[in-house]
Design a protein around this ligand. Sequence first.
Ligand code: GUN
Ligand code: FE
Length: 408
Amino acid sequence: MMPSAHPIREVYRASIRHALGASQIVEFKDGLLAIDNEGKIAACDAFEKLSPRLPKDCMVHDLRGSWIIPGFVDCHVHLPQLDCRNKNGLTLLDWLNKYIYPAEAQFADPKMVQKIAPRFYDELLSHGITTAAIHSTVHFEATDIAFNIANDKGLRVVMGQVLMDQNAPENLLRPAIQLLRETEKLMKKWHGKNGKLFYGVTPRFALTCSEGLLLEAGRLAENSKVYFQTHLAETIKEVEQAKDIHHFKNYAAFYEDQHCLSPHSLFAHCIYLNDEELKILSGYQCSMSHCPTSNVFLKSGTMPIGKIKQHNIRCGLGTDVGAGPTFSMREVISCSLEVHPKNEMDEKRGFYMATLGGAEALSLSDQIGNFMEGKWADFAVFDNSECAGLAEQSYVAGKLVWSASNGS
Ligand code: GUN
Ligand code: FE
C-alpha cells in the first residue's frame, strides 16, 4: 500500500536528487517519483524499494539516464528585462538610466507584455524554474496581463507592479495614491489565485520611492498578508543616495519605520548591510535573494553570505535577469561557488538554496522545494548527470507544461 491518501496517477523512473536541508542532499541513482491524481508527491524512493509497492496498472515514465530534481525557485527576476541582458560597462544607477528605464517604459503598450511575457515564462520553465519572485513594471495593465499569462503557463509566481514615485524618468513615475490603488486591485484579483499566483507589493527601491509610498506599501502588505519585495543595499552609491534622500543612518531601521519588515518581506542583493541591520532583518524573519551573477555583472560587490547564515536569515538564489545574464540556476550556483569561500558556500548549499532554500525564503516550503510526500510535484528533468543541460520537461503542479523533447 502506498502512503498517499490519493491514488497514484503516474510514476517517473530516473536518477533523483533533492534537498532535505542546507547540507543534506538525498540522491537515488535509480529512483522513482510517484505522483498522485492531485499532482502531489505520493512517494520518492529508490526504484528497488518502491517498485514492489506500486499499483500494478500505474503508468511508469522511464527516464533513466536523466535526473529529476525539484523545480528551481528563482527568488528575484525582472520580467520586462528579458531582452536587456549583457548591457555591460556601467554600474547599477547608470545602467538603470541608460538601458532599463527606457526598456520598461515600453510596457505602457500592452502589446509589449503580450510579446515578452510568454517568452519570459518559457525561458524560466526551460531552465527548470517552476517558481519565481518577479518584478513587473510600473504599469497596471501590463502587470495584470503578466499574471494572466503566468496563469496560462502554469507557473508558480510571486509578482507585483513596480512602485516608483520619484527619482526616475517622468514616464515611469505615478502618484503614490494611484500606485497604491492599482496595487490593491491587482492584489485582490490575483493573490492566492489557483493556489499558484501570489501578490508581492513591489516598491523598486528606496531611491525611487517617497517615504509616504513606502509606508503605505509596507502597511498594505502587512495588513493584507501578501508578499513585499524590493532591492536593498546593492551598491555603495545606492546606499549613500538613499541616506541623503531619506535622512537615515540605518537602512534596515528605515524600512522598519516604514512597516516594510515581516516574514513575507523579500530583499534582493543585501550586500552592504552591517551587523545591526542584519539583526533587525533577522528579528523580523525577513528573507533575502542572493543574486551572484548579477552582482558580478554590474560589479556591485559580494553578498556577505557567511554573516547572513550566522544571522539565520532565510536566503534563496535569484537570476536577477536582466542584470543577471542567465536563467540557468546551475550557472547562478556555479557563480556563487566562485565568489564565496568554501566554508561559506559549497555545491550542496547552492543546490539547497536553488530549491528548498528558495521555497523557504518564499514561505512556500510546506508546498514545494523538495520531494517530501504531500508537496506539489513541481519538478524538472535534466538530460545529463550533472544537471548541466536545459530541462527537457518541467512539470508544474500535476501538469506537463513544457517539453523540448517533443518540440512543444
Ligand atoms: N535596483 C533597482 N532597480 C533594479 C533593477 O532593475 N535591477 C537591479 N539589479 N537592481 C535594481
Ligand atoms: Fe533586481
